[in-house]
Design a protein around this ligand. Sequence first.
Ligand code: ZN
Ligand code: ZN
Length: 306
Amino acid sequence: MSISVIFLGTSGSVPTLKRSLPSVVLQCPKELLMFDCGENTQRQMMQGKISFHRRLKVFLTHLHGDHVLGLPGVLQTMALMDRKEPVQIYGPPGIRNFILCTKDTLNFGLTFPVEINEILNEGMIVNQEEYTINAVKSNHSISGFCYSFIERPRPGKFYPKKAKALGIPVGELWSRLQAGKKVTLADGKVVLPGDVMGPSREGRKIVYTGDTKPFEAFASFAAGADLIIHESTFDDSLADKAAVDGHSTPSQAAAEANAAGAQRLALTHISARYPNANLLLEQAKKVFEETVVAEDFMVVELPLKD
Ligand SMILES: [Zn+2]
Ligand SMILES: [Zn+2]
């Protein structure tokens, strides 16, 4: 099944009439993974037809208002819709206080459990059967994290003709082989999964930076990504300002995508000073051709890999 990457907000610091504040959702077969939750995210979810009831994990990159102020509203609306499914939230230390203070001060109740996970160290933070989420420290004006979604490889294609030719009866033995286990036939012959299946198929990898200027560990963190969603707040002529504020320019983001050997790059967190983002796109494409500038409600489909 395809994973849809839906950009709900692509502006940085302040919204514009065309761009809402940062939020990206990965629509996976079994759940939604949301990265950042800027103000107005709930309304963007409605417009983008994102369910308020599906299984959800939220990953906050850092505690700047433009990345987190939408979360209390999303939670409150979910409660008004009588959501039952738990929500898991991950982010740097301070997110617990932020969520609990808002909830207490505004005195709203929740109809579902909220699990808050403050991330203390880099590395794997979510370990699921189908994927992992990993965090690396970003290089911004305050501490925070970049995240990667890494899908586990899938077993190779199963060839029924080969299984039949080897005299393996249809049923349990087929399932065992498909699950990657060797089987022994009635005549004592041993069949390995590789005898009836193709090589395992690579999973997909998506990286989301949040706010950051370039840093050394990024290329290996993002290595081989199918899609890097990288902030690109200012154009190249403002590289000095970007460095002071802890942000990136298009050619810096593109250089990171190159160094990581990524397939595609989407620039986001676009400053309000660029009503037209062509300049940013041109600057990035000189360094990394497979670049797009994200727009609100843009969807990137990542189909299963063979
Ligand atoms: Zn920001
Ligand atoms: Zn920031």
